[in-house]
Ligand binder design. Sequence first.
Ligand code: 2AM
Length: 178
Amino acid sequence: MFRLFVALSLPAVLRSQLAALHAGIPGARWVPPENYHLTLRFIGEIEGWQAEEVDLALAGIRSRGFDLTLRGIGLYEKAGRIQAMWVGVERSDALSHLQSKIETALQRSGMPPERKRFAPHVTIARTDRAAPEKLAAFVQAHNLFRAPPVPIEAFTLFSSRLGKEASVYEAEVEYELA
Ligand code: 2AM
């Protein structure tokens, strides 16, 4: 079995800009910079033969490269807890277009449809053990965050192994954009 997801990896310059946001919030677990990514489609656990179908479907996607701009910071709350802190993405038709091509390709390869609306973000911290007031103050202090646009020239199929502290992500296949 493989635990897979499709995502954009972020250029090094962007990783350092996100890493510069790390600050002393007790209980916050900052995502290690090598783990930053923007998920386009979470696939979950599948068998090897299904992973091959997925790879074939993704390899057939023809889409253009584009510029990606990260902007804004927010908190993700679920079940009354603030689970994560994320950096948002400036609206991009090219990104939405790529995401919907990936969704279509995956459905054609036999994956069940994704029910959740695509809400592009980069998770920068897991925050369920941090104080909500501290998180809110941090978000308020940084809500004008905006990184310069970066060129996106590929998307990636990642595997994920769940670790105790942080998950271990590995880029399995990279698919170039035109
Ligand atoms: P997150 O960053 O918002 O937690 C790998 O787990 C990636 O897939 C993460 O970026 C995670 O988003 C995303 N993801 C989307 N749906 C998921 C799910 N049901 N379980 C785990 N990760 C999911």
